[in-house]
Write a protein of this length. Structure first.
Lengths: 1048, 233
């Protein structure tokens, strides 16, 4: 049996205006009476009022209160100096019919009161003012009788007072609430906080008739209500514009919706059986009428008692009742007895005359019995052996711990008596939302609700186990803190390769997965969440970023699996992204030192282990030790020469004129002094002239020329540039920036082969010119309309001539890694969807390279740029299939990186060369950005030097004449070939002797009558007999020949 | 230096010495016009410049003395003329025997009859100083001694090539071995010799003739080969 609070049957029809029985009037419950209109001019002219609307018959409104007190602090604190209007003990308030509009004026001056109700004649309005049906006062908490609704923002609510008599009492029955200020007032328990705009100082309600109505159902008006009479339509006591109360008042056609609750009420229990009610149209509709039922979060509804949801569409074509089943959601919250509302509205109708969508329909208030109880738990119990707490959503009481650190919105609590299981953390964050009143060293017993807080609500973040809405008692103060857990040597060994390999269904939060803190990085740090930890001799692996985070390795890197030569933490393979890398974070101790890779914080760093932005972090609780010295910025060792061409790729990170002259000068200085003014420079992220200004400008000429001028100012050569403007907003990057790839080249060293025709959208092709490849246009872009390059940079191809060599240079900036899942996220293994587009881009570039080498297998091709992928990535692998060689692989593994991301050093920038160049290339990654907190760019450039022997050797002959022959000693040197050859030709025959090397001596005799010969002879290179005179010629390995030389 | 004959003629830029042997007393002669020379081998009889003469080859002196010539280098000996295949300090047009391109010899010349002495002008192909020597052997192949001279190789074509010869106290010289070595040991060691002067008996004493001297040319060549082999060991 369910208890009945008031009426057994609520129905809403003129035909049924005579109830089946005549129930006694009863005080209103939720959904029986609502706030319908208010005016808050806050004058004393009497124009401030609140209008109430009854939705249920036979309401006893005597003693009903309206307060413009403001509840704050979770509804527990009264904002004083507000007033309470209390309806009097008048008879006309003892049995009020539904559809009645009751205007409550805040002052009586000028108000014509109305205390007469006559439903039979259509009089459904009352007008009450202080002294007539209502009194103004305060409650037990104080306040004032200074009645008035504030224009700048206020709030009102109606309630039935409980025994303690104050307006915020937990024993009150709150009925409806509206506020029109910027969240300065909290809704009473059980009611929605609409937060109307503070400008909505005069508003009325036209929506569905229910408590907890939507903010959108309130309509602001700015009528001239300061003066009486109030204009028609805004008059209190009259239906608001668009509001149809005929159904409530039993007028019109008699149409309406009958709602019948089983046993007169609806009551369910968590984990218990369902209850039900019925809905029926009072009249036969002309067509289908659809009623939508929606519920609060505590209950679910169903039409068949099997499939439940939070909302139902109930199509009605007849008058037959439709049963709606209700059940409680079995949550874990300790809530005690509580309630929820089911609201109804006509959302579609084929009978707008009888059943318009504006027709108000009564809701159902559901009583819910709770099956949860608060539990006593220690922190390790709350943390559990998993990523998600077994207590999530539950109330815990008297959880003991010592405050180890205090944050701005909570504090860290750690159990001083840990268990022996390292998998269960002994620490936890207690969320207080504002600065807590605890101190480090306080011994507390904390009660509150356990939640798993997922930062930002992002699916890429693990959750933090927290206790929220805490109450606590202080047991002691100044208590010694627990000993920090040492991470690394002498403490807990940090997994060095595996992040998580036991996830089930793609997430470590799946209960079916193995929690393995000994081997899995995620589990390791999760097992220490919230605890005091200690990192000894932290080695900096990445510069301090703008968030105050510093990537480090414990124990100066001892035990780390992938250290770079300069102290960084290398991401050397997909199998090892360095779970041993730790973040130090300045959340508790601001202003950490600005550090670079290779520096160390000698000694211990103690902090609490937290998590945010997809990473575990040690929030140090004391200042960081003074760091040692770190690495210095590099200068390339590669310089060009007569036969040596230098190329570089450099991501200049969104360079545009708005960056200022100093940045151009700094970049120019780096290009000249650190990169050695390479002969060809491939630039990525060159923006248009006005950078992020998101207009139609795509021209970058000012940017490029400014950089060129700055290079000259820094003592560099006068470069020229080639590039193609992108189509506006089609190449990704910073909005409006129109980043692109551009070539700078030194015309004194290398020439650019201009071939007209290149456009933003034209696709460059390899052309076969008598067996030699050339470009259809130069510069050109590779397949720019291919979807693979959507919202990404298009590769730029240029044809260059260096001495006798033709080079095809392809500058790239592949799509970024945006969208890839993080290393320390819940989804494991992380998915890297950005690779798909990069692989497509790599395939197109590879195809283009092959179109060149198909014409000439020894075509000289250089593919370079920010490929946004690792040397071991599939993208680079695809480029290799075109015969390209990744020059970075010339370097030792621990020198391969151009970028530092979250403390991991990795290679994103590459230079790849065709097989023809593989043996003549030397590579240098110039580290002067990525490892340093003050960066010209976030990338380190890559420089290569190609030794392209374009000049002949230098041959000098030393001639010594004898009586029979001449002795020739050769001095022959070449800029590239260390063993150039000397050949001797017979002017009288086709005989050629050689090759002879630098320093060789030969004797040459002219004997016109005998066959030429050359024979080796002890002591010198050869005896050579010719028919005619000898001429000499030297050649290098590249086939460069000197002229024919004779001895002077 | 041991001087035996008072007519020893000093030659500019040259000097010569003789080494006594157990079997003979050799007197160095540096004068190509010395009266002792009564026969000669004119190399022009073996062909024109650049002709390959083989190794070994035979020939006959103007006076009829048969000779066999071989080179220890294994290369063919050649003909040259001053100014044609050789540019030295012989007289222009002078026929020469050339050791061969790059060939240091030594050159062995055997006689089909015993002679008392032999001499010739020498020039190392390598310009500059050089040393020449003639080692004499009797008809049985026993060493009689040697003479040595130091010369200077130029390209003056003035007939200044160093002349070196010897006279034995007995007419029993069956062969000679000629070595020419430039001072610059890293240079080529080939050389040329001018007309070979011989001192032969005017009346060939029957008793002095040994069976070996009567051997046919083939026998002479065999001896040369034997000498060559010894020298090379």
């Amino acid at each position: 049996m369910r208890t009945s609070f008031h009426h057994l049957v609520v129905f809403w029809s003129a035909l049924c205006s005579a109830p089946l029985s005549s129930p006694a009037a009863a005080p209103p419950g939720l959904g029986d009476i609502i706030l319908n209109e208010y005016a808050s001019d806050n004058t004393t002219s009497g124009s401030d009022f609140v209008e109430l609307l009854t939705l249920t018959d036979h309401l006893d409104l005597r003693g009903l209160r309206l307060s413009d007190n403001e509840l704050t602090g979770g509804g527990s604190t009264l904002n004083v100096n507000e007033s309470v209007l209390t309806l009097g003990n008048d008879a006309y308030l003892g049995d009020v019919p539904r559809g009645t509009l009751i205007a409550l004026w805040t002052v009586a001056t000028g108000v014509v009161t109305d205390t007469t109700l006559s439903p039979g004649t259509g009089d459904y309005s009352l007008s009450l003012a202080p002294g007539t049906g209502v009194t103004v006062g305060t409650d037990g908490l104080g306040g004032s009788t200074g009645v008035g609704l504030a224009v700048a923002g206020d709030a009102v609510y109606i309630y039935l007072a409980g025994p303690n008599g104050n307006s915020s009492g937990s024993d009150n029955v709150y009925l409806d609430f509206v506020s029109w200020e910027t969240d300065n007032a909290d809704a009473p328990p059980g009611l929605a906080d609409l937060n109307l705009s503070s400008l909505a100082d005069n508003a009325y309600f036209t929506g569905n008739t229910a408590a907890n109505d939507l903010a959108a159902a309130w309509v602001r008006y700015d009528g001239p209500v300061d003066a009486l009479p109030i204009p028609e339509g805004f008059t209190p006591g009259r239906p608001n514009p668009g509001q149809d109360l005929s159904g409530l008042r039993g007028g019109g056609s008699g149409a309406g919706v009958n709602l019948t609750q089983s046993d007169g009420s609806t009551a369910v229990a968590e984990g218990g059986a369902s209850d039900h009610y019925t809905l029926a149209l009072a009249t036969l509709p002309a067509g289908q009428v659809t009623i939508t039922a929606t519920t609060a979060s505590e209950v679910e509804i169903s039409l068949d008692g099997v499939s439940y949801s939070g909302a139902l569409e109930i199509p009605l074509t007849l008058q037959s009742p439709v049963t709606v089943y209700v059940r409680a959601i079995d949550d874990l919250a300790v809530e005690g007895a509580h309630s929820a509302n089911i609201q109804h509205a006509i959302t579609a109708t084929s009978d707008a005359d009888q059943y318009p969508t504006s027709l108000a329909i009564i809701g159902v208030r559901v009583s819910i019995a709770d099956n949860d109880t608060a539990q006593v738990a220690r922190i390790r119990d709350i943390q559990g052996v998993a990523h998600l707490s077994p207590y999530a959503g539950q109330i815990v009481v008297e959880t003991p711990g010592i405050v180890t650190a205090v944050a701005r919105n909570g504090f860290y609590l750690q159990d001083p008596t840990p268990d022996a299981n390292p998998a269960t953390s002994e620490g936890i964050f207690v969320f207080t939302s504002s600065a807590p009143s605890v101190h480090v060293g306080d011994s507390l017993k904390v009660s509150g609700r356990v939640i798993e807080f997922r930062p930002g609500g992002s699916a890429n973040n693990l959750t933090i186990t927290e206790i929220t809405q805490p109450t606590f008692t202080t047991v002691g103060a100044g208590v010694a803190l627990p000993t920090p857990v040492v991470l690394g040597l002498g403490g807990r060994a940090i997994p060095t390769e595996i992040f998580a390999d036991d996830a089930v269904n793609g997430t470590v939060e799946d209960a079916g997965g193995l929690f393995d803190p000994a081997n899995d990085g995620l589990d390791f740090f999760e097992s220490l969440e919230g605890m005091l930890v200690q990192v000894n001799d932290a080695l900096v692996t990445g510069p301090r970023n703008r968030f105050g985070e510093i990537g480090v390795l414990a124990d100066a890197g001892v035990g780390a699996t992938s250290l770079s030569t300069r102290g960084g933490s290398l991401a050397a393979s997909y199998a090892d992204f360095n779970p041993e890398r730790i973040f130090l974070d300045d959340e508790l101790i601001p202003n950490p030192p600005s550090v670079r890779v290779g520096q160390q914080f000698p000694g211990p760093v103690v902090g609490v282990l937290s998590y945010s932005f997809s990473a575990f972090k040690v929030l140090n609780v004391g200042p960081l030790p003074a760091p040692t010295a770190g690495v210095e910025r590099e200068v390339t060792t590669l310089v060009g020469g007569v036969d040596q061409l230098t190329l570089a790729t450099f991501n200049v990170e969104n360079l545009d004129m708005g960056d200022g002259a100093q940045r151009f000068a700094d970049l120019a200085g780096a290009i000249v002094d650190r990169l050695g003014a390479p002969d060809i420079l491939n630039l990525e992220e060159m923006q248009d002239n006005n950078g992020p200004v998101n207009d139609s400008v795509v021209d970058a000429s000012s940017n490029l020329q400014t950089l060129i001028n700055a290079i000259v100012d820094e003592g560099g050569p006068t470069y020229e540039y080639r590039q193609l403007d992108p189509v506006d907003d089609q190449d990704g990057g910073e909005p409006g920036g129109n980043i692109r790839v551009a070539f700078l080249f030194n015309p004194g060293r290398v020439s650019f082969v201009d071939r007209a025709g290149g456009t933003s959208t034209g696709s460059v092709l390899a052309v076969n010119n008598s067996g030699e490849p050339e470009l259809s246009f130069s510069p050109g872009r590779i397949d720019p309309l291919n979807p693979a390059f959507n919202n990404s940079r298009k590769p730029l191809v240029g044809e260059f001539l260096f001495q006798s060599y033709r080079l095809f240079v392809i500058g790239n900036h592949f799509n970024s890694k945006g969208g890839d899942q993080p290393l320390y996220g819940p989804l494991q293994p992380p998915v890297r969807p950005s690779e798909i587009q990069r692989q497509q881009q790599a395939s197109l570039v590879a195809n283009f390279v092959q179109s060149l080498t198909a014409i000439e297998p020894n075509a000289n091709v250089v593919v370079l740029g920010d490929l946004n992928d690792f040397e071991f990535s599939p993208s680079v692998g695809i480029l290799k299939t075109a015969g390209l060689v990744a020059t970075v692989e010339q370097l030792p593994v621990n020198e391969r990186y151009t970028y530092v991301f979250e403390g991991n050093s990795q290679t994103l920038d590459h230079v790849m060369v065709s097989a023809s160049l593989a043996s003549v290339v030397v590579t240098d990654i110039v580290h002067f950005n990525s490892e340093f907190p003050d960066q010209l760019s976030d990338h380190d450039p890559v420089v290569i030097r190609l030794t392209l022997d374009g000049t002949a050797p230098n041959l000098l002959l030393n001639c010594v004449i004898s009586a029979s022959a001449r002795r020739y000693t050769f001095s022959v040197v070449d800029a590239v070939d260390n063993q150039p050859a000397v050949y001797i030709r017979d002017t009288a025959s086709s005989f050629i002797a050689g090759p002879y090397r630098n320093g060789d001596s030969v004797f040459v005799r002219t004997n016109p009558r005998q066959a030429p010969f050359a024979r080796a002879t002890a002591g010198y290179a050869a005896l050579i007999q010719l028919r005619g005179s000898p001429v000499f010629q030297a050649a290098d390995a590249s086939g460069n020949l000197t002229g024919l030389i004779t001895c002077p | 230096m041991k001087s035996v004959f008072n007519f020893l003629i000093p030659v500019a830029m040259t000097w010569a010495s003789a080494t006594p042997s157990a079997l003979g007393v050799l007197v160095t002669l540096t004068d190509p016009s010395h009266s002792a020379w009564n026969d000669r081998v004119a190399w022009s009889s073996k062909g024109a410049a650049f002709d390959l003469l083989g190794n070994p080859f035979t020939g006959t002196s103007v006076g009829g003395t048969g000779i066999g010539v071989g080179s220890g280098s294994g290369f063919d000996l050649e003909r040259a003329d001053e100014g044609d295949g050789w540019l030295g300090n012989f007289f222009i047009g002078e026929p020469l025997l050339y050791s061969g391109f790059g060939s240091a010899g030594p050159i062995t010349i055997s006689f089909d009859q015993a002679v008392r002495g032999a001499g010739a002008a020498f020039q190392s192909a390598t310009l500059g100083g050089f040393r020449a020597s003639i080692e004499a052997f009797d008809t049985f192949g026993s060493a009689l001694g040697s003479v040595t001279g130091i010369g200077s190789s130029t390209q003056d074509q003035d007939g200044s090539a160093m002349f070196l010869g010897f006279l034995n106290d007995t007419v029993n010289v069956g062969s000679i071995v000629i070595n020419v070595m430039p001072d610059n040991l890293t240079a080529t060691a080939d050389f040329s010799i001018g007309s070979l002067r011989l001192s032969v008996p005017t009346i060939v004493p029957e008793t002095s003739m040994t069976p070996g001297l009567l051997l046919a040319s083939g026998a002479i060549l065999a001896l040369i080969h034997g000498r060559t082999r010894r020298n090379r060991t």
